[in-house]
Design a protein around this ligand. Structure first.
Ligand SMILES: [Zn+2]
Length: 241
């Protein structure tokens, strides 16, 4: 279906398109996130130009749906299912974990952004492996926080003295306004990065307005106009394992 890829330039890699002809009167679009497939059902007698117009008219909608589906998390997703022996959620995507044996230093690395390689000596203690994962995930999260600080602090005209990571059971972030210290929930490394961005901006706004006042939300709106939809997505994720 290279034809559909041409019509849908914004659609993401790795998705396929199916065109099915049926005895129907209208064109229907369906998204199957689990199969990464967009199915277009069209009437048998449709004229190719009409079909092309219908797809073009739907392109923006399809692109949005495909993007959202790439970051889909079931509402019941909790930290305990974000990593297991064969996969790990990283920035909202479930990546396979490929295991190897290392006789030198245990290490984890990301290969081509599509899989995670872990190499540990045989008989490596599970507790040690957990620690290795935690260190690796924190370094990845810290790197992204650094990028976001450089983007948002100058834009908002404020700056935290420091950012620290913590696994928290009840909140995604917090801000000690007196010490100007911001805590970020370490679980955020598993989720769509736009959710980390939302938490970071929210906590930076607290440096300008400590309480959740009307002014707080006005500032929030000024810097991140879609903050509400990000908050809704975050609230669908349970933090209790
Ligand atoms: Zn707050």
């Amino acid at each position: 279906m290279h034809e559909l890829h041409r019509l849908l330039p914004g659609a993401l890699e790795g998705w396929q398109y199916e065109l099915v002809y049926k005895s129907i009167r209208h064109i229907y679009f369906r998204i199957y996130p689990d199969k990464k497939t967009v199915r277009i059902s069209a009437p048998y007698q449709i004229n190719p130009k009409d079909l092309e117009h219908a797809i073009l008219a739907k392109a923006a909608w399809l692109t949005d749906k495909v993007k959202a589906a790439n970051h889909v998390l079931e509402p019941h997703t909790s930290p305990s299912v974000m990593r297991d022996n064969c996969s790990c959620m990283l920035w909202g995507k479930k990546l396979p974990v490929v295991r190897g044996v290392s006789n030198s230093r245990p290490q984890i690395c990301l290969s081509a952004e599509s899989e995670i390689m872990i190499r540990v000596p045989s008989g490596y203690a599970p507790q040690k492996e957990d620690n290795l994962w935690n260190r690796w995930l924190r370094s990845i999260l810290n790197e992204r926080i650094q990028m976001l600080r450089e983007k948002w602090q100058p834009a908002m005209g404020t700056a935290a003295a420091e950012f620290r990571l913590k696994k928290m059971k009840t909140r995604w972030g917090s801000c000690n306004t007196r010490a100007r210290r911001i805590w970020i929930n370490a679980v955020l490394v598993h989720l769509d990065p736009c959710l980390l961005e939302y938490v970071l901006v929210h906590e930076l706004v607290h440096l300008l307005e400590p309480g959740h006042t009307q002014r707080f939300y006005q500032i929030m709106q000024r810097y991140l106009s879609d903050w509400k939809s990000r908050e809704i997505r975050l609230n669908q994720i349970t933090l209790r394992s």
